[in-house]
Design a protein around this ligand. Structure first.
Ligand code: PMP
Length: 403
């Protein structure tokens, strides 16, 4: 049985002071801090067994390869994938979505075909489809929001037609902290024989993900949002799609044989992993997921939900408070009167409190809401109720200065 105090001790960065105040880190939706075991895993690679993976007959290369491939199994089990080779390592959610847009898009889509996304997507689930639109002439269809800021499922049902070829939506909104009804979204798409890509950047750290149970066709995640290092991420894809898709990047490792006349490609997952992989990041990602498992994702989720609920209750007591959506996860976005979000963020920073302010890489959502940005507080396993109290006091101070 772990307490939040026990958990905090594993994160050396949290012990510091910022501007003379204890750090209150509430920017976890942007990136989480790393436990000592993850930091140690990186150090261990470079101090004991660093060698390029897969091609080596020598000892160190074999140890590194084994560690990397064992991390693949950890990821597979963490998200409930049926097969190891359905786990592709990428640099993060952004690269995973770009991979699908390019590779699925250029294999299966043609001019006039439609891809459905939603009004609350992160730029990384908008721009890759626009680039594909520029390249091959697809159309983008947007699921609108209801007045309560949830996805309008009735409108979603109506948007399908014979040209619809893919749905790509976020599991959890990075701005609103709401969880989309992803199973229903997938089932509706499948009833039209349309596959679904889930942007899991904000769900993986907070929700038990089971891609098989969801029947997701693709699932993208970022390691750094789930206690792993930056620069490593995952694309899960059903074997039947990955087998049929053309490769994304060309280079070493993704080939079986190369002749100037013709190249044949490697089997999955290597067909999509050109070049030297970030095996250190992969090994550290495996360690981070083991760490999450050691606490239990359900336990982490319950703790974060309780913090979010408490934060919402406390925020609602502040005059002229506007909370966007009905957050049910680990993040809450708000504005107070016409105080600029950056002003609140700056005051909070002086008090040692890290929150994110601005458009959160979701400018179309900001336009939709008719606001320039929000203040977002987002929680992780190591945050405490006391930190929420410090946040609220800090906001009250900002309101006094600017309100
Ligand atoms: N989608 C969502 C919902 C996100 O919150 C983020 C990161 N803020 C991304 C995609 C992109 O993730 P990354 O920058 O790690 O590729």
């Amino acid at each position: 049985m772990f307490t939040t105090d026990d958990i905090r001790k594993e994160f050396p960065i949290l012990a510091q002071q910022v501007h003379g105040k204890p750090l209150v880190y509430l920017d976890n939706a942007a990136t989480t801090q790393k436990p000592q075991c993850v930091i140690d895993a990186i150090s261990e690679v470079y101090t004991t067994y660093n060698a390029n993976v897969h091609r080596g007959v020598h000892h160190l290369s074999q140890v590194a390869t084994e560690a990397m491939e064992s991390a693949r199994t950890t990821v597979q089990q963490f998200i409930g994938a049926e097969q190891r080779h359905e786990i592709i390592f990428t640099r993060g959610t952004t690269e995973s979505i770009n991979l699908v847009a390019s590779s699925f898009g250029e294999t299966f889509l043609k001019s006039g075909d439609e891809v459905i996304i939603s009004a609350l997507e992160h730029h990384s689930n908008i721009v890759p489809w626009q680039l594909l639109r520029d390249r091959i002439g697809i159309e983008l269809r947007i699921i609108p929001l209801t007045e309560e800021c949830s996805l309008d499922l009735e409108a979603y049902r109506r948007v399908f037609n014979e040209r619809t070829k893919l749905v790509s939506v976020a599991h959890v909104s990075n701005v609103l902290g709401i969880t989309n009804p992803i199973k229903e979204i997938i089932d509706i798409a499948h009833s039209h024989d349309v596959p679904v890509l889930i942007d899991g950047a904000q769900s993986t750290p907070h929700i038990k993900v089971d891609v098989k149970e969801l029947d997701a066709d693709f699932f993208a995640l970022s390691g750094h949002k789930v206690y792993a290092p930056t620069g490593i991420g995952v694309l899960y894809g059903k074997e039947k799609w990955l087998e049929a898709m053309r490769p994304y990047h060309g280079g070493g490792e993704m080939i079986k044989s190369v002749r100037f006349e013709k190249t044949t490609y490697n089997e999955l997952p290597y067909k999509f992993e050109a070049g030297t992989p970030d095996y250190t990041g992969i090994i550290a990602l495996g360690k981070a997921l083991e760490w999450v498992n050691s606490i239990g994702i359900e336990k982490i989720a319950a703790h974060e939900h309780a913090l979010t609920r408490y934060a919402v209750e406390q925020l609602q007591r502040i005059e002229k408070m506007r909370i966007f959506g009905n957050p049910d996860g680990a993040a809450v976005s708000f504005l107070i009167g016409d105080i600029h979000p950056a002003d609140i963020g700056t005051i909070l920073d002086h008090l040692g409190i890290a929150v994110r302010t601005g458009h959160h890489c979701a400018q179309p959502l900001m336009d939709y809401l008719g606001i320039p940005g929000t203040v977002r507080a987002s929680f992780a396993a190591y945050n405490t109720k006391e930190e929420v109290d410090i946040l609220i006091k800090g906001i009250q101070r900002a309101v006094k200065m600017f309100g």
